[in-house]
Design a protein around this ligand. Structure first.
Ligand code: PGA
Length: 241
């Protein structure tokens, strides 16, 4: 059975009140609970033609991890939690940093190497490799973002997200065929990589084209994940035949 990861990257969005509204959108919450819960528990989908196990991972800003964790527990939602960044250092005198062990209090995943951080904060491949090592040491699973098949992937990374910068937030996604070629090259080059996700202007209309591809194991969603209705529609349309 193919495993599909659907990752919401909220980026630097939402106050506590705004995150609360996301979780109060009744129709979407009901959809998340009924459809995805059943899929999880029985390891089958409601739609017999969809042979995928879906893992839904929400990555809020650090300031919202506690409240999102509370909503997940309170509403019994079938979501995993992740962070959007991790310190390249351990615990100690590193003002402003959040380390891997602290993230592990909340969730099992962390996005590392997003192009917005590489570009805006000058994060280098060397720094990102340190982050990966520390995340793995705390049993966090990195979701390692690459811009193309030439971006180096550190050892031990199992999940890569291929996100061409020209597709991020532009409404101009890559084609599923090209994304598939890149995903295959990454898997052929880096043998630790088990799953390649696609990210960049994913919506409920184009998601199916990507997840149908043999070597694409899910999607990383920015803008559309900020609206629970759109996010639910993406999950609904991400069946694999
Ligand atoms: P987008 O962002 O869905 O808004 O294009 C994707 C990402 O940067 O993870």
């Amino acid at each position: 059975m193919k495993k599909i990861f659907i990752v919401a990257n909220w980026k630097s969005n939402f106050t506590i009140a705004e995150a609360g509204k996301w979780f109060e959108e009744e129709a979407s919450i009901e959809f998340f609970i009924t459809h995805i819960m059943m899929l999880r528990q029985d390891n089958v989908t409601l739609d017999e033609s969809d042979p995928a196990i879906k893992e839904i991972i929400v990555c809020p800003p650090f300031t919202l991890l506690t409240i999102v964790q509370n909503y997940i527990l309170e509403k019994d939602l079938p979501f995993e939690l992740g962070a959007q960044n991790v310190s390249p250092f351990g615990a100690g005198a590193y003002t402003g940093e959040i380390n891997a062990k602290q993230i592990k209090d909340f969730g099992n995943y962390v996005i590392i190497g997003h192009s917005e951080r590489r570009i805006n904060l000058g994060e280098s491949d060397e720094i990102l490799e340190k982050k990966v090592k520390l995340a793995l040491a705390e049993d966090l699973t990195p979701i390692y973002c690459v811009q193309d098949e030439k971006t180096p992937v550190p050892n031990g990374v199992k999940i890569v997200a291929y996100e061409p910068p020209t597709a991020i937030g532009t409404g101009n996604p890559d084609t599923p065929e090209n994304a598939e070629n890149v995903a295959k090259t990454i898997k052929d080059t880096y043998h630790d990589v088990e799953f390649v996700l696609y990210g960049g202007s994913v919506n409920s209309e184009n998601v199916q084209g990507f997840v149908q591809m043999e070597n694409i194991n899910g999607v990383l969603i920015g803008g559309a994940s900020l609206d629970p209705v759109k996010f639910a529609a993406i999950i609904k349309n991400s069946s694999v035949q």
